[in-house]
Write a protein that binds this ligand. Sequence first.
Ligand SMILES: *[C@@H]1O[C@H](CO)[C@@H](O)[C@H](O)[C@H]1NC(C)=O
Length: 96
Amino acid sequence: MFKSLQLPAIACALVSAAAQSDEYTKIDNHPCLRDYNGITKSMFDLSDANPTLATVTDIGDTYLKLHPGSAITEISDIPEDGFDIWGFNVTNSDSS
Ligand SMILES: *[C@@H]1O[C@H](CO)[C@@H](O)[C@H](O)[C@H]1NC(C)=O
């Protein structure tokens, strides 16, 4: 029987090689989980490669982007000046 702490590593090993590619940045110590920049880049890459199936839209700003400098940065690695919030629309625009 596997200990629960081993499950993420096992699950990661089952993910396809493409999904684990080094092309996208990951969260430290979580080799299968893309960070904000990795997720954002993968969404734009998917929509660029499949423009009739996926689009990316800026749907807003985080609180810190609207209120820069208001973060307590000593306790987090969240970018101090915030970031955009992206919507990822997956649909076939050629369908009727
Ligand atoms: C998603 O894309 C479809 C097809 O282009 C479009 O009709 C729809 O309005 C989009 N939805 C959103 C929330 O952007």
